[in-house]
Design a protein around this ligand. Structure first.
Ligand code: GLN
Length: 291
């Protein structure tokens, strides 16, 4: 008979005690920020903010058996290394709180920077194409922050597009549209002012060494690309000239070692390219403009 999954039992319902039990179990399991994750779970499921917890001191606030049970079940999932965002079903991105499921990559903070660059290059009432939209993060943030622009978002995964469409409904954004598309297949003959993409760029070798949260739970389709991680970005870069208006701007998220290869390819397609850093200062984006 398989072992019964480890059950978390809280010996008392005080929020403060629950927090310490969660923190200790997360730490034992090797979860990187055990204290913060314990606080987030208590906040999201138990309604105790870290500040309330702090103010309550050793007495803690009291949590009902139903809430304790929900917290315990969520914590047990987290102990299998399932990401907190899938357990809670949401992830923040810029001003949005997006639904996320295992059909989509959890939006990363570095990708928020890509939106800044894309918006800075979008003329008033211009058009933005987001290739490989996943949860819709880039497209929806852009559509929300710039109601004047028209946003089109593409993905090859129908399951991902269903999540993106639900996220769009959540914010009732009228200026964004989604299409099922293998890179540019659904936009033949169309041009845009800005094209952005956070395509899969992790190499097979890197993938094998990733944290279980990413490797086991996030969609491989959204992460891994052949050919040193460049296969899809190269396919996209090859077709970029025919989908940008003159003076248009393209921006790709990538990993730092891919920089020379992508810059060379873009130069061969007639682009001027620029490498831009993420929030930690690493080369994370390559931007291309047409003279
Ligand atoms: N930055 C992501 C990661 O390291 C990779 C995202 C991608 O492949 N587009 O998990």
């Amino acid at each position: 008979m398989p072992d019964a999954p480890a059950k978390i039992l809280f010996s008392d319902g005080r929020a403060e005690a629950v927090h310490s039990v969660l923190e200790a179990r997360f730490r034992e399991a090797g979860i990187p920020s055990p204290r913060t994750e314990a606080s987030i779970l208590l906040n999201e499921l138990g309604g105790c903010s870290p500040l309330q917890l702090f103010a309550a001191g050793p007495e803690g606030g009291h949590l009902s058996p139903g809430i304790l049970d929900r917290i315990a079940r969520a914590a047990e999932r987290r102990l299998t290394r399932e990401p907190l965002q899938y357990i809670l079903g949401t992830a923040p991105f810029r001003d949005l709180e997006l639904e996320v499921t295992p059909a989509v990559l959890i939006p990363r903070p570095e990708t928020e920077v890509l939106v800044d660059h894309a918006l800075a290059h979008l003329p008033a009432c211009g058009s933005l194409l987001d290739v490989g939209t996943g949860s819709g993060a880039i497209a929806l943030a852009a559509a929300q922050e710039r109601p004047d622009v028209r946003v089109l978002a593409l993905d090859v995964s129908p399951e991902a597009l269903a999540v993106a469409e639900r996220n769009s409904l959540r914010y009732r954004l009228a200026n964004v549209e989604f299409r099922l598309s293998d890179l540019f297949s659904a936009v033949e003959g169309e041009r845009f002012h800005v094209i952005c993409a956070n395509l899969p760029y992790v190499t097979r070798e890197e993938y094998a060494g990733l944290e279980p949260e990413v490797r086991v739970f996030e969609p491989e389709l959204a992460l891994v690309a052949e050919d040193a991680g460049c296969a899809l970005m190269e396919r996209l870069a090859n077709r970029l000239p025919e989908h940008l208006f003159p003076g248009g701007y393209g921006i790709l998220e990538m990993s730092p070692p891919q920089t020379p290869r992508l810059q060379k390819l873009l130069a061969a397609r007639g682009f001027r390219s620029e490498v831009l850093p993420d929030l930690t200062g690493r080369a994370r984006f390559v931007a291309a403009s047409l003279e």
